[in-house]
Design a protein around this ligand. Structure first.
Ligand code: G6P
Length: 496
């Protein structure tokens, strides 16, 4: 069977491969949060970040349960709030434990290490203790909710020990785990004191997914070097044999709900929003360059702004003719590195504006809040150039969203060569993210490209995004999991 093209194909595939199964997703972050105000009133919040944005449409289509965690009290929610189709069970974790698991081990240790920013990573034994505790809480809750025939689908670096804990709690059903961020090269992984335990935990899953072949190769090589796992290659790809258990490992880049974004982009309401935004941003005869990121040091925002400043310095003809809007969503603000980054970005913006502004023209605008998808899509439609210059990025779904939103065939994408999405989106204008000079060159190429070149590139980018939607992705995950679980014998596979 070929890859599913639409959500109904993916739903049919789920039913035929796993009859009667529910999807039990677990990820640290819940896709919705009900927040109580000081006067007892409450409102819904949607977090920023590719993981929740990508998986929420799937859960809306398939139903099931999403297990997440937060500091303090737990919550049980029926979501989406306007028309509930699935449940969110948020584990309440004591504040100190959550801080050590989330700010400490996950985001102060694994996150920078996996993005190869080794000097930022620290691994404290007390953080590790909390990481284990919270992973165990997740496993206990999933074991309570999931029946053997259900599909348990775990996500990301915060939950590496959950597959192992689930097995030790007696869960025998199929487990898939998707690692959304890069898997580091073995020499970098060696800086992680608990690497063997993490590898062992992950290898209790039946199917492990990564965004790129590089990550698959690094993971397989780490499993072999650190644990002595055997690497088996066959027509189905790579399988790892460790202590009698086989785990299928695959590169399956995640995607977005393309149909939904195109629908919003074509909605007449979007035209109205574009019109308003154009006048609010003063874009009457100037071009718009756009960055959309969480304020994370992996996203390369300071060098990007420096690159924009160099572009202005080199091309005075652009003064008054181009504006840069950076959406910078506050994130992980309890961690000092993140607060420092946010200050550095604000400083850069102020410096550039001081240096280049003229009456009636402010070159850069920083918007420090999360936008709704319909607002983002209007901005994407308006942006002549979208700039993604991550130092490292598992994938980067903003790049795909921008392309999907360009139903008019216009726009240009500048994309870092070190973002996972670059493998699929080779027709973007490439950016070398560390060097402001190179970034300025990349931006100039995009903004001065002929209309034909921009259209040709965008047409190919749109074809690439259409070829792998979030439903195609889920289809590949389900097929991989079906072939991997229940345990295969390892016959027909060639050890290397
Ligand atoms: C990245 C990670 C996700 C995470 C998201 C937002 O996309 O891969 O696991 O949820 O960032 O970060 P946060 O810490 O706010 O959940």
């Amino acid at each position: 069977m070929s890859a599913p093209e639409s959500e109904s194909d993916a739903a049919g595939l789920m039913e035929s491969l796993f009859p009667g199964a529910r999807l039990i997703v677990a990820a640290n972050r819940a896709p919705y949060r009900l927040v109580s105000g000081v006067h007892g009133e409450s409102h819904w919040e949607r977090p920023a970040g590719g993981l929740t944005a990508a998986l929420d449409p799937l859960m809306q289509r398939f139903g099931g349960v999403w297990v997440a965690a937060q500091s303090g009290d737990g919550q049980e929610l029926d979501v989406p709030p306007e028309d509930p189709t699935y449940q969110v069970e948020v584990l309440g974790v004591p504040a100190e434990t959550y801080r050590a698991y989330y700010n400490g081990y996950s985001n102060g240790g694994l996150w920078p290490l996996c993005h190869n920013l080794v000097e930022r990573a620290h691994f404290r034994p007390s953080d590790w203790h909390s990481y284990r505790q919270v992973n165990h809480m997740f496993a206990t809750q999933i074991a309570r909710v999931a029946r053997t025939e259900d599909v348990v689908f775990l996500h990301d670096y915060q939950l590496a020990l959950v597959p192992g804990y689930l097995r030790s709690l007696g869960h025998t059903g199929p487990i898939a785990h998707f690692w959304h961020i890069p898997w580091p090269p073995t020499v970098v992984l060696r800086l992680l004191p608990e690497r063997r335990l993490l590898l062992q935990g992950l290898l209790e899953a039946d199917w492990l997914g990564f965004q790129t072949e590089d990550s698959v190769d690094s993971f397989a090589s780490a499993a072999r070097k650190e644990l002595g796992a055997r690497i088996l290659r066959d027509a189905d790809g790579v399988r790892l044999l460790y202590e009698g258990r086989l785990t299928q490992v695959a590169a399956v880049p995640i995607s977005i709900d393309t149909e939904r974004i195109e629908e919003i982009a074509r909605d007449p309401l979007t035209e109205g929003r574009i019109h308003k935004l154009r006048s609010r941003l003063g874009l009457h005869d100037s071009a718009l360059m756009l960055g959309v990121d969480r304020l994370d040091y992996t996203k390369g925002i300071p060098a990007r702004l420096d690159g924009f400043a160099r572009l202005l310095a080199r091309y005075p003809s652009l003064h008054g003719r181009v504006r840069f809007v950076q959406i910078g969503v506050p994130t992980r603000t309890e961690i000092q590195d993140y607060r420092r980054l946010a200050s550095a970005v604000r400083r850069r913006v102020a410096e550039i504006n001081r240096r280049f502004r003229t009456p009636g023209w402010l070159p850069v605008r920083l918007v420090e809040r999360n936008l709704r998808l319909d607002q983002l899509v209007a901005l994407y439609r308006l942006a002549d150039v979208a700039v993604v210059s991550s130092l490292y990025d598992g994938l980067n779904l903003v790049a795909k969203e921008y392309v999907a939103a360009r139903v008019d065939g216009g726009g240009a994408l500048c994309l870092s060569e070190t973002a996972g999405a670059y493998h699929e989106l080779r027709d973007a204008f490439p950016l070398s993210p560390l060097s402001p000079e190179r970034i300025a060159e990349g931006l100039a190429r995009a903004i001065f490209a002929t209309e034909e070149e921009r259209e040709r590139r965008m047409e190919r980018l749109r074809a690439a995004v259409a070829a792998n939607t979030i439903h195609t992705w889920l289809g590949r995950v389900l097929r991989g999991l079906r072939s991997a679980a229940p345990q295969l014998s390892g016959e027909n596979a060639t050890p290397v």
